[in-house]
Design a protein around this ligand. Structure first.
Ligand code: ADP
Ligand code: VHF
Length: 451
């Protein structure tokens, strides 16, 4: 593969595949998507599709007007629709001699790291063979507790898994706006996001009649993609051929930004700076006649590794351990430490050893340092797999590691979480960083004897 060939994941929402009113498949749009993606393939890019639409296609097939509430009915509709959906894609790609493959995933397929790697290897093999894999959630077998829930998240996980360079979230609006453009005519486009933490938009008002998560899940997906080093782009499905221009523009723009190294990722932009960057990017798009889209810049030089990505996004958390600011500082420094019992203040939920849990930062109660201060906010900072189950962690929290054996009757290592089983997103909450710094400097002041 040439130097300028990239792996591009294209997520097509239900609204791109099915007409919102008639619920008929949007054959013309799908055909133009196929033409566009085959052109990208012929330029040497590697393409993966994540296609929604199984449930909507199934509904049309059995003439159902409203999405049913019962899970079994939705599962049945997905079974009816998925076959037709993949058949439709195959019919269209066949016209241009492009072979495709179907991959249906559930979260349980990813809970074990070996299984995660297995899915990753299959995707890689298909891509190597020049096939376009078409991924969807296996809705027929997914139940609520184990669902990805929306294909935006699934597409970001897929992008991370196949080490994609670009993730396109193709939808029925041109880009992310400051507010829902369907309901607020004054909503302004946001075209460039370098640091997700600087984003301040309203996505609460939902999405199209056929879509699942609206803009909210697209932002979650963008956050996830960016943390895995994938530049994520929101664009409109109405003129899919525009993807060609956007791909070329993004490749050029990303290269310039990376070369200029002005991506200081943890630096907060002021609201004014963010607006100015967006105005200037919008002028550039207009000048070059590039279609409107939002580009969330991926941070490949700082991306989480494969195992961290799996911990953060392949698994569901079954509880939480709450650590103090000193422990947070130790586990996030460059040469990160593991979590010792001494840094744990509290445990939430019941979990077995090696189950995935959230890591939260809280403050100790000033009147009882062994307990959590219930009046202070908790910050979710990452994910972990613990060496001990929740009931045992409850017994050893706050103690020295040398006391573990005496209290439990055995010791499975000095750490509750080994550093290899810890993962953090790329961006830390700036408010949390302030809390950590001020707590630690206060502790330092208190520990110094008065002169
Ligand atoms: N801030 C916002 N910017 C853009 N679109 C928004 C925003 N808030 C909500 N939306 C809605 O999100 C919709 C796209 O999401 P969705 O319907 O789930 O699409 P898809 O089926 O492509 O996943 C848009 O039609 C728009 O109405
Ligand atoms: N897996 C489901 C789609 C779920 C989903 O995320 O839909 P959308 O928000 O339209 O991308 C299906 O194929 O119907």
């Amino acid at each position: 593969m040439g130097e300028n060939c990239y792996t591009i994941v294209v997520k097509l929402g239900t609204s791109s595949v099915v007409d919102e009113e008639t619920r008929e498949p949007r054959i013309a749009t799908m055909s133009r998507i196929v033409e566009t993606l085959v052109k990208l393939r012929r330029k040497g890019h590697r393409i993966v599709i994540v296609s929604s639409g199984a449930i909507a296609v199934g509904m049309k097939r059995v003439n159902m007007k409203r999405k049913p509430k019962k899970l079994q009915q939705v599962q049945a509709l997905a079974a009816i629709g998925q076959g037709r959906l993949i058949g439709l894609w195959d019919d269209l790609f066949r016209q241009l001699n492009q072979p495709i493959a179907q991959i249906l995933l559930t979260r349980t397929d990813l809970v074990d790291y070996t299984q995660f790697k297995n899915a990753e290897n299959t995707l890689e093999q298909l891509i190597k063979m020049g096939i376009i894999p078409i991924v969807n959630e296996n809705d027929t077998l997914s139940i609520q507790e184990i669902k990805f829930g929306d294909n935006d998240t699934l597409s970001a996980i897929t992008a991370g898994m196949c080490h994609a360079d670009y993730l396109f979230l193709v939808t029925d609006v041109d880009c992310l706006y400051t507010d829902n453009p369907r309901t607020n005519p004054d909503a302004e486009p946001i075209v460039l996001v370098r640091n997700m933490r600087n984003l301040n938009v309203n996505t609460e008002s939902g999405g199209s009649a056929v879509g699942t998560g609206g803009m909210t899940t697209k932002l979650i997906a963008a956050d996830l993609g960016v943390s895995a080093g994938v530049t994520t782009i929101i664009c409109k499905s109405e003129h899919p051929e525009q993807i060609l221009d956007i791909v070329e523009y993004s490749i050029r723009a990303d290269r310039v930004e990376n070369e200029a190294k002005y991506l200081v990722i943890n630096e907060e932009e002021t609201v004014e700076q963010f607006q100015e960057i967006n105005r200037s990017e919008l002028r550039e798009l207009n000048k070059l006649d590039i279609p409107l889209h939002t580009r969330f810049v991926g941070h490949s030089f700082n991306a989480v590794n494969n195992k961290e990505f799996w911990l953060l996004h392949g698994l569901k958390a079954n509880g939480a351990i709450i650590i103090d600011p000193g422990c947070y500082k130790a586990i996030t420094r460059k040469n990160k430490a593991g979590i010792l019992p001494a840094g744990i203040i509290s445990v939430e939920g019941n979990f077995h050893e090696y189950e995935c849990v959230d890591v939260k930062v809280g403050l100790r109660d000033p009147d009882d340092p062994h307990s959590l201060d219930p009046n202070e906010e908790l910050y979710v900072v990452g994910r972990a797999r613990c060496n001990y189950p929740s009931n045992q962690i409850n017994k050893i929290k706050g103690l020295q590691s040398s006391q573990i054996e005496q209290v439990l009757g055995y010791a499975d290592g000095e750490y509750v979480v080994h550093r290899d089983n810890l993962a953090f997103p790329v961006f830390a909450d700036p408010e949390l960083l302030d809390v950590v710094e001020s707590t630690l400097s206060e502790q330092e002041r208190e520990s110094k004897p008065n002169k």
